[in-house]
Structures are given as C-alpha cells and as structure tokens.
Design a protein around this ligand. Structure first.
Ligand code: FE2
Ligand code: FE2
Length: 321
C-alpha cells in the first residue's frame, strides 16, 4: 500500500489483497492489516506522510480499496457500538441526552490512574499513543465544515478556530502537543510511532477520518466531536496533575492545562450549538449524531481499558518492534 501510494509497486492487485485481509480478519477494528491500510489511505488525503504522492490521492483503484475497507469497518463499528436511545430532535433534548451518555462513562479511568499512579515511562507511552491523532488534532472534524450549514457550521468553526490557535500559530493545539512530545524526550514527527501502537489506536483515528471524509456520515462526525469535547476537560486536569507529580515541565503540561478551560467551553458549544442545532435542523441525522457520540466513547473506552490492562499486568501497552 505504501509502495503504491508513493508511486511505485503498481503491479499488485490491491483489491484482491484488501479482500483477502478482510476475509482473514477476526476483528476488523483490531486488525493490523486493515487498520494500517486505512491509516495510510487517509494519510494520503491529509498529506500527513511526506512519502505519499499527492497525484494518487484520487486514484480510482485506491479509492475503491478504501471504500471496500470502510464499508467493512463501518459495519463492524455499527455492530459493536451500543445504540443509544434517541432523544427528541431539539437542542435541549439532544444536549441532555449527550450529557447523560458522556456522564455515564463507567469503568476505570485512565486519567485518574495517570494522576495518581502512572510511571514516567507509562506517561510517555500515553503520549506516543495519543500522537497518532493529536499531532493532527482537529483535522478529521474539519472535513465536516463545508458539509454543514447555518448554526451547526458556525458552531463547528468556533470550536475549530480555537483548536487551530485562534490566529496564533504557536497556540495551534497540535503544535502545543508536539512541544509536549519533545519536552518528554519523544519524537514529534507525524507517524514516528505508527509501528509502535496497536491497531485499535489507528482504528480510533480511522473512525474519525471515515466519519469526516464521507458526507453521508456528517451526523456521526458531529456526534463524535461532541462526545470528544464533553469528555475532555476533567481528564485533562488529571493528566496535567500526573505530569506535574512526575516532574515534567510546563512545556509538557501546557497542552493538558490548555484543554481544561478550552474544553469546558467547547463541550457546551458542541452539545447545544453543534449537535443539538444540527439535530433540530436535520432530524434525519439524529441517529448518526448519537451513533457517532457512542462510537467515540466505546472505542476510546476500549483503548483506555487495554492500556490499563497492559499496565496492570506489568506489560507495555505498545507492540514490541
Ligand atoms: Fe484541542
Ligand atoms: Fe476542544
């Protein structure tokens, strides 16, 4: 796949390879081949990996392969993610349902563990895991901007303007996160840790990319962002607390401190003005808004659980190279 997207290795029948990978996959969400292939295909659209040839972004065969993998991935997510009950399609009812859904995140908390118990090595692992999305923070949701209208569009742009630094390049959240990586002694180049993270980490980003890049899934990307913003402020306070406990400097805590206040504001905009208003204006999208929110909580919940399980067993949450 990398060979093909870099402009060589054109003789392979990629559709046959993709179909074989799907046939062999026991769990598509955790399958290395499927998730790595999707990650690279999406990277071609983001332009996030330098070796990928821009001329191949819309290559017919590659887009065909992407659609084949996406349809299997979407089906797997829709089967695994518990479907929330649908509220009335009004701003108030949708916001209330989203707050209930995000408050109800039970199970052990990764951020509390980091606050009180994680070692410096475990915190570095967490940063490496997070780097797959956070070095491109906000980009998957930006695909939705031209696909929305009116108040939902205005709300999304208001959130994204903050994510992109509000006119200050040094305050772009992905840039602040890159500084945290360097401050913790890690590589800040995009993709440096792709071979270290499990497939599920790639799946978490691939899910956002799929929701963002498919116009028919615009409700899901909006629901995803709402749930993401609504479960960010308090955990980031705990992450910052853990980093300080371990003696990391302000260059590392800055990203997490920034999100304590920013996302306390974003969660209100995301729940009401973005998701709530979209549901009111486009009631046909309500099921996907709620699905996107539930998918965010489910997949990120699995990821947190797998990291905590690995650490409880005295293992690394990364794959061994
Ligand atoms: Fe952010
Ligand atoms: Fe945010």
């Amino acid at each position: 796949m990398i060979g093909r997207l870099s402009g060589d290795g054109g003789a392979t029948d990629l559709m046959a390879v993709a179909t074989h990978a799907l046939d062999q996959a026991v769990d598509i969400v955790r399958d290395d081949d499927v998730q790595l292939a999707l990650f690279i295909l999406y990277a071609s659209s983001y332009g996030s990996l330098a070796q990928l040839d821009a001329d191949l972004e819309w290559d017919g065969e590659l887009i065909g392969v992407r659609r084949r993998l996406e349809s299997a991935f979407e089906h797997a997510l829709r089967s695994a993610v518990p479907a929330p009950e649908l509220p009335e399609a009004t701003v108030d009812a949708v916001a209330r349902a989203l707050f209930a859904l995000t408050d109800d995140v039970s199970g052990p908390s990764l951020s509390r563990f980091v606050a009180k118990k994680a070692t410096a090595e475990q915190v570095r692992e967490l940063l490496m895991q997070r780097s797959i999305y956070t070095l491109r923070e906000a980009d998957p949701h930006s695909w939705a901007i031209p696909r929305l209208h009116g108040r939902a569009k205005a709300a999304l742009v208001e959130i994204q303007a903050d994510e992109y630094g509000g006119g200050r390049p040094d305050r772009v959240h992905a840039t602040i996160f890159a500084a945290a990586m360097r401050g913790a002694g890690l590589e800040d180049t995009y993709g440096a840790y792709v071979d270290d993270v499990p497939a599920l980490t790639l799946a978490s980003l691939n899910m956002m990319s799929m929701f963002g890049l498919n116009r028919r899934l615009v409700g899901a990307i909006v629901g995803h962002l709402a749930a993401f913003e609504m479960t960010s402020s308090i955990p980031n306070r705990f992450y910052a607390e853990g980093l300080r406990r371990l003696g990391f400097g302000e260059d590392v805590t800055d990203y997490f401190d920034e999100h304590v206040e920013a996302d306390a504001v974003h969660e209100q905009i995301a729940a009401r003005d973005l998701a709530g208003a979209l549901a009111e204006d486009r009631p046909d999208l309500l099921p996907d808004i709620m699905f996107g929110a539930a998918a965010c909580l489910t997949v990120d919940g699995w990821l947190a659980q797998e990291m905590l399980d690995a650490w409880a067993d005295g293992r690394s949450s990364l794959r061994s190279r």
